[in-house]
Design a protein around this ligand. Sequence first.
Ligand SMILES: Cc1ncc(CN)c(N)n1
Length: 225
Amino acid sequence: MEECNKEISMIQKWLNQHNELYTSATRHPFTLSIRDGSVDLSAFKRWLGQDYIFVRAFVPFVASLLLKAWKESDEDSDIEVILGGIAALNDEVSWFKSEASKWSVSLSTTVPQKTNLEYCRFLESLMSPEVDYTVAVTAFWAIEAVYQESYAHCLSDGSKTPEELKETCQRWGNDGFGQYCHTLQNIANRRLEKSSEDIISKAEATVIRVLEYEVEFWNMSRGET
Ligand SMILES: Cc1ncc(CN)c(N)n1
């Protein structure tokens, strides 16, 4: 069997090793409640307001990644993939504004919660020129992949996602976004294959931190922090 001869990629290895944490991020009680239709709409609104703040900080992170790719990447096509990500984020910011108005969430008065501020600060630390492109692009993949997996699950067979939340799930759960995450994973794996032990262990620690932040981010929807 051909599959058996294939070497396991670095990211797949990490996903196996940190499966419990990855599952906590991608099968969180908040997104599972969307999937089974029991979601508390005030939790959804809290998530919406906080995520808008996060996305505004995510844009400069991706812009800094574009700069790293331009300086450090061995593949021209990486720039196009990241640029596509920035274009999608432009759309995402507009979507948040219209979605917030649909749900009567006031974005201008939403106060960022502690977890959100910490996650945004972590993103800012990754923007430093000292952070290697490989580490940053691997973090980018992890951040996008959590949303893709989480929201695709809300649309998969057997889901009872309320009609009014399907558009949100489609935004990250659609096949095109899935393909995009797959491309990011390939870029990260390609870079990791050529990296030193030091970069590989920094990238792994960064992925773990991203997954922990993503779990804490979903936790904010409970409104306890
Ligand atoms: C917290 C978080 N993580 C990831 C994504 C997907 N861009 C997001 N919008 N928000």
